[in-house]
Design a protein around this ligand. Structure first.
Ligand code: BTN
Length: 247
């Protein structure tokens, strides 16, 4: 196995955002593929949909790494999301059997979010020149601000305090395993494992799109990462991340 991810680790006490930091580094120097930026604290931690990412100093994993996927075309970029989600899924499955991946790339334990991923791809034509994959994984945090919807941590789920550095090292192992599957073009395994562990797949639940609330079930995720829902009358409809919400 090639241990690409983590061959170079930059550890910071405090940073605005590990994603920003890595982007600046990539633009200013020739960085090793797989370089990780790890931080104890972020002052401007960013989430999806322009949200912020809250994390108490030293309690959780906050990291970003660069991946240069020369062999993945832009239309296949959702595979990177799947591989990253599955790595965290694999890691957490060592501690609990209630882990699920919530489309597109949140990691849930039961109905609560324990980890989020923020991926920023730079495209050159139809090729991804580099991908910055930011991961926030809650380990020992006990209290979260009220405005954050349904957060949890490994401590809250298992009542055990963990060595964050030890879990970080394990995560690097799982990332390498899944990204090796990507490099070896074992896309079937990644696609199957992702679908198999998807939160709320094949069950009817409520969703919101525009001003509509409706009941539907997830039946598939298409190649570009769109959510395919089946309505109660059997009609199929696909959605991008911005177009639909789980309720
Ligand atoms: C989400 O909203 O679910 C994505 C959260 C991603 C948070 C991580 S923490 C490390 C990296 N740096 C950031 O600013 N965001 C990501």
């Amino acid at each position: 196995m090639i241990n690409l991810i983590g061959n170079n680790i930059i550890s910071l006490k405090s940073v605005d955002s590990t994603n920003y930091y890595l982007r600046k580094l990539i633009n200013s120097e020739n960085l090793n593929n797989g370089t990780i930026v790890y931080a104890n604290k972020q002052t401007l931690g960013r989430g999806q949909r322009g949200s912020t990412w809250e994390s108490e100093e030293g309690k959780n994993i906050l990291m970003s790494f660069v991946f240069i996927p020369e062999f993945i075309s832009a239309e296949n970029q959702f595979l990177i999301s799947k591989a990253a989600s599955l790595s965290i899924f694999d890691l957490l499955s060592e501690y609990t059997n209630k882990v699920k991946i919530k489309w597109p790339n949140d990691i849930y334990i039961s109905d609560k979010k324990i980890a989020g991923i923020l991926i920023e791809n730079s495209l050159r034509g139809s090729v991804i020149s580099n991908s910055i994959i930011g991961i926030g994984l809650n380990i020992n945090q006990l209290n979260f601000k009220k405005e954050i919807p349904n957060p949890t941590s490994l401590f809250l789920e298992t009542k055990i305090n963990y060595d964050v550095n030890e879990i970080f090292k394990k995560l690097i192992g799982f990332l390498n395993a899944r990204f090796n599957s990507l490099i070896l073009k074992d896309f079937n395994k990644i696609n199957n494992d992702y679908l198999e562990n998807l939160y709320r797949i094949n069950e009817f639940h409520f969703f919101e799109a525009g001003n509509n609330t409706f009941k539907a079930k997830i039946i598939e995720i298409d190649k570009i990462g769109k959510l395919i829902l089946e309505h109660e009358n059997g009609d199929l409809q696909s959605f991008t991340f911005k177009e639909v919400k789980f309720i």
